[in-house]
Design a protein. Structure first.
Length: 425
């Protein structure tokens, strides 16, 4: 259980950091202020304010993360009339810090009950100072001022010139696409690392590597590394699939094999050992696929494996939307946690394969044109490009709200289904 928990946190952490870093990097490149980069969800554990204007936070629940960009839909308004705050003034009585939290205090802070604010355009805050309601006091606010939120997290304010919508359409489109793009790149790199960890890329041919264990049937029969098994009981075996299919039904049966060793044909007889797999007895002779250890092949495998898995995932999506949908086809954090346990049993190779699979899943799901997902945001960007103007804020907010509601309901259903599937039944 401890191994599973640690593996789950590491795998999920890598997925989130890589995904959100894509949004973060291209937002910064596009002149958009990233107010917060969070790993985890829920209550804040620790935070650090960077010199780049971003606050980096680590939160309690390791089931996600986010990049909070100035002016984006998840960047909520902080100050409302009647909010008690304290102000820290800098040069020329300009506000440099606004504290709304009871968990934090400002040295020499000025108490103020807010009556109105403009922290986007003209940059000011006004209210009743020290409880004196006979006069409203207004203070100018610095462009790079910070605000301390209720949970004690200190963030930059969000003037309009550094907000998400102030960036060009192209930069916003790239920023929205960057998260899924990073997950695709992560899958490619992970498959490359998996090939390195395996000692190369499985060639898929009839060329074999012999197990080093003393009980290897193939070794005892005289088969050596890099021999090519041309046929099994007269049945030609041109590739690994054909070889496996020919040997597995021969459990505990004398079997003739023809091998090619450096151009010389040899005829051997062996008896595959019967082993139980998924309730069936199959023949095993102690061989594995020969590995191609060339650097170019290993690098290329990252792309080929990613493409193969992408086609499989799109096939699964098509199966779902073509009338075969089931909640069992989906999985949330509970399912991922349960599957992590299985992946960890196969060691580093299993974990790397699982990481690549999840990363590619995350990329593809996020690119679906569902409001509130990256794909939904990209669709709105494309609509804006066609219309040559954005949708109204109310229309866009309504579309996003519908998307959020749909995802919340779906996540609740999937989570409950996962709990029943893995822990109740």
């Amino acid at each position: 259980m401890i191994t599973t928990i640690i593996t789950f946190i590491i795998v999920f952490g890598i997925l989130v950091i890589v995904h959100e870093f894509g949004h973060f990097y291209f937002a910064k490149r596009g002149g958009i202020l990233v107010r917060e980069f969070s790993i985890g969800m829920g209550p804040k554990l620790v935070y650090h304010r960077g010199k780049d204007g971003t606050t980096y936070t680590l939160r309690l629940l390791p089931v996600g993360g986010y990049v909070r960009m100035a002016g984006a839909e998840d960047d909520e308004e902080e100050l409302k009339p009647g909010t008690p705050v304290s102000l820290y003034l800098g040069a020329n009585d300009t506000v440099e810090r606004i504290n709304t939290s009871k968990k934090s205090t400002l040295f020499n802070g000025i108490p103020l009950e807010v009556t109105a604010t403009d922290l986007e355009d003209d940059l000011w805050i006004e209210g009743y100072e020290n409880g004196d309601e006979s006069a409203v006091k207004r203070y100018p606010v610095a462009h790079d001022a910070t605000i301390i939120e209720n949970d004690g997290t200190e963030l930059r304010i969000a003037p309009r010139d550094v907000q998400f919508q102030a960036a060009s359409l192209g930069r916003r489109l790239v920023t929205n696409f960057a998260g899924p793009m990073n997950n695709i790149l992560l899958a490619i790199v992970t498959f490359m690392l998996m090939a390195v960890a395996q000692g190369g890329v499985a060639m898929g041919t009839n060329q074999v590597q012999v197990s080093t264990t003393p009980v290897s049937v193939a070794k005892q029969a005289g088969i050596r590394n890099n021999d090519k098994i041309l046929s099994v009981n007269g049945k030609k075996t041109k590739d690994w699939t054909a070889l496996s299919q020919a040997i597995q039904p021969r459990a505990n049966k004398a079997t003739k094999v023809t091998i090619d060793r450096n151009g010389t044909l040899k005829h051997l007889t062996l008896t595959p050992k019967g082993e139980t797999s998924n309730g069936k007895t199959v023949g095993m002779i102690g061989i594995t696929q020969a590995q191609d250890k060339r650097v170019g092949t290993i690098l290329l495998s990252g792309f080929t494996q990613t493409w193969t898995m992408t086609k499989a995932l799109f096939g699964a999506l098509w199966h779902m939307v073509s009338g075969h949908f089931s909640l069992n086809d989906l999985g949330g954090p509970v399912a991922i946690f349960a599957t992590t346990s299985e992946a960890a049993k196969f060691g580093l190779i299993g974990i790397l394969n699982f990481l690549a699979f999840l990363s590619l899943n995350l990329a593809i799901v996020n690119l679906l044109p569902i409001p509130a997902l990256d794909g939904g945001k990209i669709l709105l960007n494309l609509i804006e490009a066609v219309r040559r103007k954005p949708l109204s804020e109310n229309v866009e907010a309504g579309i996003t709200l519908v998307g959020v509601a749909f995802l919340v309901v779906l996540m609740l259903l999937v989570t409950w289904n996962d709990i029943e599937r893995y822990f109740i039944r």
